[in-house]
Design a protein around this ligand. Sequence first.
Ligand code: GLN
Length: 498
Amino acid sequence: MDLSGYSLAKISALLQKGEVTSVEVTNACLEEINKASCLNAFCWVDHDWSIEQAKQADKHLTNGSNYPLCGVPLGIKDLFCLNGVPTQAASKILEDFRPEYESTVTHKLKSQGAVFLGKTNMDEFAMGSSTEHTVYGPTINPWRKKNCAKQLTPGGSSGGSAAAVAAGLCTGALGTDTGGSIRQPASFTGIVGIKPTYGRCSRWGIVAFASSLDQAGPFARSVEDAALLLEGISGYDPKDSTSYPGEVPQFSQFLRKGVKGKTIGIPKEYRLDGMPEIIETVWQKGAKLLQDEGAQIVEISLPHTQYALPAYYIIAPAEASSNLARYDGVRYGRRAKLKSDSDIIDMYKMTRSEGFGPEVKRRVLIGTYVLSQGFYEAYYRRAQKVRTLIKQDFERVFSEGIDAILTPTTPGTAFGIGEFMNADPIQMYLNDVFTVTVNLAGLPGISVPAQLDDNGLPLGLQLIGQPWQEGELLSIAATLEGQLNFKATPEKWWKKAK
Ligand code: GLN
């Protein structure tokens, strides 16, 4: 069975009707994963483990389970703790770590009968935009330029999940988004990715990067599939003090509402100098399509946008340096081999020096610096103030009647493996220019595939919604998706590549 043409909703319907079994669908996915090993999208797979889950799901289906995710095979980013399963956050420092607990969101999925195919590749501790900073080696984007065999990155940090969904290796996948790690890879791989409102999904059991920004969210091949997955992972969790206690609406019921009477803002500050023309063209096309469907399009101003990237690259490393202090060779994962005269300080130093990769070290150093006495006021405190101003920009436009904001997801299409890794790290950070604002303000944001550029690479459009209004956001995204009518899938070159 070739799954790449089937949406999650379709597979779910077939499972519910008993026309396919979860074991069949899971086997088909495992076969696709096996054939696509050169993409390096999955970093851990265990055939028997997945099939056992599928058998259980088939029992639940026979007994009348009507959870839409029952029996549906998914990929899980290596940042989520799965009980008894290797969880490494793509880092050497977590080698051999098998948590004895389960993240809340994966527990929710399990209790609905979803089947896990394995762990997906990512940038170490979710720091990166290319899935190249990883102990498993880079993930390769299933998309390539027309007539060109050069390998491209799928974006990051959730690049394994994005590549897996785009290549048809699974029906959906989980990622996390701290500054764009769901939306940017979704854009680079021609799929849908949504970052929910901060607090919508529990962070408990997810390896922390920057706790005030981190959110879990789904990757899917359609807005409807993303809505179904989001429903499955949302909800209050007493184990996460920032978890939202409100009811979770049935997001999939919003999708056919249309955009008549909605007001969509186009922020003028997102029009950057030197941005490729195609980005502007696609952005205008998206606005026009929404207008044709009855939305009102208005230009808006979010004046503090220009400070978002610098503020993010202070706040995120600051929180990371604190969160990553726990990896000391004592409690988790790997401990460096010690000399006979090593003391405990040597052990910390050697373990951390050997265990963290260069990008993580860079963030820990920056974070420690901006939090240190004498610099705290100048950097961290100031960045927090900027964060408040950015949040207020959004609050103002929403209070003036804007329902959602339309922007490009990324300032370009997928780049080559090694292209930015070997350049100045700032070049890599610039990828996040349109996505970090959303995390700083705690808002929901979704990337919808829009069109292929002249080279045949996908580009996404981002919609930013009001807090807790994922339903509205998904309904606008569904209208946009319908009008954009993006149907392209990557040519399956990897099947011949063996
Ligand atoms: N690319 C951003 C960073 O490296 C965002 C990462 C993320 O969202 N996890 O910090």
